[in-house]
Design a protein around this ligand. Structure first.
Ligand SMILES: NC(=O)c1ccc[n+]([C@@H]2O[C@H](COP(=O)([O-])OP(=O)(O)OC[C@H]3O[C@@H](n4cnc5c(N)ncnc54)[C@H](O)[C@@H]3O)[C@@H](O)[C@H]2O)c1
Length: 258
């Protein structure tokens, strides 16, 4: 079993997941990157890890698929032999933003499968493995981070299925935090606000305007690195007496203001 700290970050070929994986590799974690894209398409992202203290290793898997989740865990197990951190980051927006009164069941099923069912059951597999390791190693402090969203509690009727999926992720954080506390496994949630990635590229002008008009107390877009820094604080064990905790990384969006 590796004596080095190891992490698995889903959906990490780009965006927030990649930023988290890079930050972890800078902090000497060996990182399993996972994404749905083929290895040759992920090669450029993987190249960014060259020279960092932690190693990076790419596993293609679609986390919405049961067989892929099982294969992903098996590959990480074979490669690392242990896992200190799981980051459930992979997520999708609906292909089309459609009003609640028009939206389709197909989109609901797709978004829920990737954003909620995938991480829910991947966490089940990883948690069983972490419990197993914990029983043989006392100096082992595994952690799980779920990337939810301000959409966990904010209504956007043009992408209801996304909001429902993220509200589910928030409940999932509480459930696993409760269940895994007895094993010393901390479960945390990060709620990103409006973050500059490919996911938000299509609505950049809309958010530019809202931010300029004062939507956020901290008047700027969030960057993937803002999320990565919060994830690193959790990964380093800075919150040992907290579990089920939500960290808002949203420029203060969650504050009610008068
Ligand atoms: N960007 C934002 O403003 C924002 C805000 C709140 C929450 N989030 C959440 O943060 C996470 C990352 O978002 P992002 O902005 O970096 O998005 P992104 O679209 O840039 O990156 C998501 C990555 O996940 C991968 N992915 C998609 N489906 C997958 C699957 N089935 N299996 C494995 N990988 C898959 C994609 O290929 C992509 O590389 C998502 O869960 C998203 O919902 C983003």
């Amino acid at each position: 079993m590796s004596s080095r700290r190891t992490a698995l970050v889903t959906g990490s070929a780009r965006g927030i997941g990649k930023a988290i994986a890079l930050e972890l590799a800078r902090r000497r974690f060996d990182v399993a990157l996972n994404d749905i894209i083929p290895p040759d398409a992920a090669a450029a992202s993987l190249a960014e890890f060259a020279g960092l203290p932690g190693d990076a290793y790419y596993v293609r898997a679609d986390i919405s698929q049961r067989a892929d989740r099982a294969a992903l865990v098996e590959q990480v197990r074979a490669r690392f032999g242990r896992l200190d951190l799981l980051v459930n980051n992979a997520g999708i927006a609906p292909r089309k933003r459609l009003d609640l009164l028009e939206a389709t069941e197909e989109s609901f099923d797709e978004v829920l499968a990737v954003n909620l069912k995938g991480p829910y059951f991947l966490t089940q597999l990883i948690a069983r493995w972490m419990v197993e390791i914990k029983q043989t190693q006392s100096d082992y402090h595994p952690r799980i981070i779920n990337i939810a969203s301000i959409s966990s509690y904010t209504s956007s009727p043009a992408r209801g299925e996304y909001c429902v999926s993220k509200a589910g992720v928030s409940m999932m954080t509480k459930l696993y935090a409760d269940r895994l506390a007895e094993f010393g496994i901390g479960v945390y949630e990060i709620r990103p606000g409006i973050i500059r990635t490919d996911m938000t590229a299509a609505v950049r002008e809309k958010y530019d305007k809202l931010i300029a008009e004062g939507l956020l107390p901290i008047r700027r877009w969030g960057e993937p690195e803002d999320i990565a820094r919060a994830a690193a604080a959790i990964a380093e064990g800075s919150l040992p007496y907290s579990t089920g905790e939500v960290i808002n990384v949203d420029g203060g969006f969650h504050l009610r203001r008068l």
